[in-house]
Design a protein around this ligand. Structure first.
Ligand code: PLP
Length: 359
């Protein structure tokens, strides 16, 4: 055999991408392989085992099939169109994204645009896409709860991203210690690691904990302060066991935060939003402000809105524009602008306004 016809040297693990080799995914590890071996062994040689049944408690499957499953499948086939296997839009089939938008709208009580939804082949691929996008270099960090779901550490290894662990507080129901979270961020920055992404698993897998409204609001505050992208892994949102515990989606939180802030401030009364994208809080203005507004030729809520925009750049619509009971004043604001800095700015303005016009 001449040299050219010789088979090449066999590939070994060292020829592979070392990041993939390093990746470990506990629930799909050797115990799952063992389970499959036992299942086969029970069929082939049942007498060789001391048990007659294998119990798979490795992976939980939260979805149980209900009667309407055939109807749903038919609806999906209709929305996909007859030609299965053809290319679709990059974001995924519009009809399915619309189904998801409807679900989110019903869950959060506020609108959801199907154009903001990207379909992926399961959660894993969504997370892979995000990690891939941010895996600029090995100085990119990802905040991860520990305990975590092992998919995340496996993907961090694959994309060669730096793990920034924030340890959950077991003694307090696996809660998140926000001071510890911020310390992790600060420490990573001090050693040249940029915390780009933060993973929040709510409800927690494997801890079973559900994060409170205030914790979620504070997490968003921290993320906003340091410019960190939040991945809200809410795959277990339907699996709430305790009766007195409520799940809050990260998406809904913004709306709620503004509503809570209005109600915590003197001079505002706000109904809880049930839907839409807006709040319509009532303004209870000091007499001096009402008098000053009239002198300036404005309705009192118009006057407030002008002062607000002049002082903070925040532009909202006075209730006067929509019709309101005489003698009452309102403003209409959307809760959609990004971040929370503008809310803080508004709060400061409001307190100053009340002080300036105090009787
Ligand atoms: C918290 C959590 N995130 C992500 C996943 C992965 O989801 P998928 O199977 O849709 O990729 C799981 C699967 O069990 C999970 O428990």
């Amino acid at each position: 055999m001449n040299r050219l016809n010789k088979p090449s040297i066999k590939k070994t693990l060292s020829d592979l991408n070392e990041n993939i080799v390093k990746a470990k995914y506990a629930i799909r590890g050797p115990l799952l392989t063992k389970l499959e071996t036992y299942e086969q062994q029970l069929i082939d040689r049942p007498e060789s085992l001391s048990f007659n049944q294998v119990t798979n408690a490795l992976i939980g499957n939260p979805q149980t099939y209900k009667k309407d499953v055939i109807e749903r499948a038919e609806d999906l086939i209709y929305k996909i169109g007859k030609s299965m296997g053809a290319y679709t839009l990059t974001k995924g089939i519009l009809g399915i994204r619309q189904n998801i938008a409807n679900f989110i709208k019903e869950r959060d009580g506020e609108s959801c645009d199907p154009e903001d939804i990207y379909l992926t082949n399961g959660t894993t691929f969504a997370i892979m896409n995000i990690f891939n996008l941010f895996a600029k270099d090995k100085n990119t960090g990802v905040l991860l709860p520990i305990l975590q779901y092992p998919l995340y550490t496996a993907l961090l290894a694959m994309y060669n991203l730096e793990l920034l662990p924030y340890y959950l507080n077991e003694e307090e129901g696996w809660s998140i210690d926000l001071t510890e979270m911020e310390n992790v961020i600060k420490k990573s920055m001090s050693r040249g690691i940029t915390p780009q992404v933060m993973v929040i698993i709510n409800p927690g897998n494997h801890t079973g904990s559900i994060l409170s409204f205030d914790t979620l609001a504070n997490i968003l505050k921290i993320a906003n302060k340091y410019g960190i992208i939040v991945i809200a892994d809410e795959v277990y949102q339907h699996n709430i066991i305790k009766a007195d515990v409520q799940f809050h989606s990260m998406k809904k939180l913004r709306a709620k935060k503004l509503y809570r802030i209005f109600n915590s401030l003197k001079g505002f009364e706000c109904e809880e939003p049930q839907g839409g994208m807006y709040l319509f809080p009532k303004l209870i203005l000091p007499e001096n402000a009402i008098r000053e507004a009239r002198l300036a030729g404005y309705e009192p809520d118009e006057f407030y809105c002008h002062k607000l925009s002049d002082s903070t750049g925040i532009c909202v619509v006075p209730g006067t524009g929509f019709g309101q009971k005489p003698g009452t004043y309102h403003i209409r604001t959307t809760f959609l602008p990004a971040g929370t800095n503008w809310i803080q700015g508004w709060k400061e303005f409001h307190l100053q306004f009340l002080e300036n016009f105090a009787s």
